[in-house]
Design a protein around this ligand. Structure first.
Ligand SMILES: [Ca+2]
Ligand SMILES: [Ca+2]
Ligand SMILES: [Zn+2]
Length: 224
């Protein structure tokens, strides 16, 4: 997820497998740099290459199992840990409620590992401090075979909030909204061009799980 300080927006972002070793991942990373969302990126200011969204159909990359686990590996600096974890669990539950794939929390291991990191102190990429990029997630390009598949990283320098948010980004970053978007990627969804969609790459306010994204994910895993 990414942002622009001037217009108070942030662009939802992901890692398109650029750091994974498979040929498939390399192809994804290459196509990502020419994805349609690049134009949107240009309209909101300078953007690093990694910010461009993926270019693939929903279902191209998916988990090859009926149950996927997730683990909250740590806590953000700016937000009470229980509130932060609650926001992510709520986001997870929204997806879990609509698909045949089950998403279960674990305290060790886990398919989708969720971590708050600062700068270059962890994860496959470097965060940029308060503002701009707020989160990355890894598309499950290996179907779960690669440990990085599905992992989600939140920028620990953002001012994460749970519940209502009153101040524009980057003064506040609404965790549940960003988590819902990133989990969509972790399940294999690309960006959407529809500005109201969960998977639209630019965020301006609190957003939930939208019907287009529900239908897209049900197309991959089947309805609950
Ligand atoms: Ca940031
Ligand atoms: Ca993983
Ligand atoms: Zn995104």
């Amino acid at each position: 997820m990414q942002s622009n300080r001037n217009v108070g927006e942030h662009k939802l972002e992901m890692i398109a497998g650029v750091l994974l070793l498979s040929l498939t991942a390399v192809l994804v990373a290459t196509s990502a740099r020419t994805a349609p969302v690049a134009a949107l990126t240009g309209s909101t200011g300078p953007t690093p290459a990694a910010s461009y969204g993926p270019e693939f159909a929903p279902g191209t990359y998916r988990w090859n199992k009926a149950a996927v686990t997730y683990r909250l590996a740590n806590c953000p600096r700016a937000l009470d840990c229980a509130a932060a974890h609650g926001a992510v669990r709520t986001a997870m539950a929204q997806w879990d409620a609509v698909i045949a794939l089950s998403l279960d929390e674990v305290t060790e291991g886990g398919d989708i590992v969720i971590t708050w990191v600062s700068g270059n102190d962890g994860g496959p990429t470097t965060f940029d401090g308060r503002g701009r990029v707020t989160a990355y997630s890894v598309i499950p390009v290996s179907g779960g075979a690669n440990p990085l598949d599905g992992d989600i990283y939140f920028d620990n320098d953002e001012n994460w909030v749970a519940g209502p948010t009153a101040r524009p980004f980057p003064k506040e970053a609404h965790l549940q909204t960003i988590a819902v978007h990133e989990i969509g990627h972790a399940l294999g969804l690309p960006h959407s061009g529809d500005p109201v969609s969960t998977m639209y790459p630019i965020y301006t306010n609190v957003r939930g799980l939208t019907q287009d994204s529900v239908l897209a994910v049900q197309g991959i895993y089947g309805a609950q």
